[in-house]
Design a protein around this ligand. Structure first.
Ligand SMILES: [Cu+2]
Length: 139
């Protein structure tokens, strides 16, 4: 049986939201809100072999783009939607990429399988060093 837990935190500046869903038994779904030019959450923990889905939303109050990048060996498939949910029209689709950049009010649905155990950074290459997070894959 799977169990879903939802967490929601708020902050005074709500500029970027990353929701992470790990599709596993006992999966957790979270929506975290956070300060400018940082990832929230900045740590994602999954098990090796999990199918990971990351909803990466740009809710900037400016016209600022944000990027999601992972170093080798990880790559991902991504579908970019023209709004803050997956219900908006598809803007672009990429397969086996290591980078995606989204404009304000777009959502990227990022999917990959956690094939390698270890700790792997994910970054917005536009906003270094503050926009760095870590994928923890338990082997
Ligand atoms: Cu950024």
């Amino acid at each position: 049986m799977s169990q879903t837990t939802t967490k929601q935190l708020s902050a005074s500046k709500l500029l970027l939201v990353v929701a992470v869903v790990a599709i596993i038994a006992g999966a957790a779904t979270g929506v975290w809100k956070m300060p400018h030019d940082t990832f929230s959450p900045d740590r994602i923990t999954v098990n090796k072999g999990d199918n990971v889905v990351i909803y990466y939303r740009n809710i900037e109050d400016t016209t600022e783009d944000h990027n999601f990048h992972m170093d080798s060996p990880y790559t991902f498939d991504v579908v970019v939607h023209a709004g803050q949910t997956e219900n908006f029209p598809v803007v672009s689709t990429l397969h086996g990429t290591s980078d995606v950049t989204i404009h304000v009010n777009q959502t990227a649905t990022i999917t990959f399988r956690a094939n390698w155990a270890g700790v792997f950074p994910y970054q917005c290459l536009i906003h270094q060093p503050t926009m760095t997070g870590y994928l923890v894959v338990l082997g």
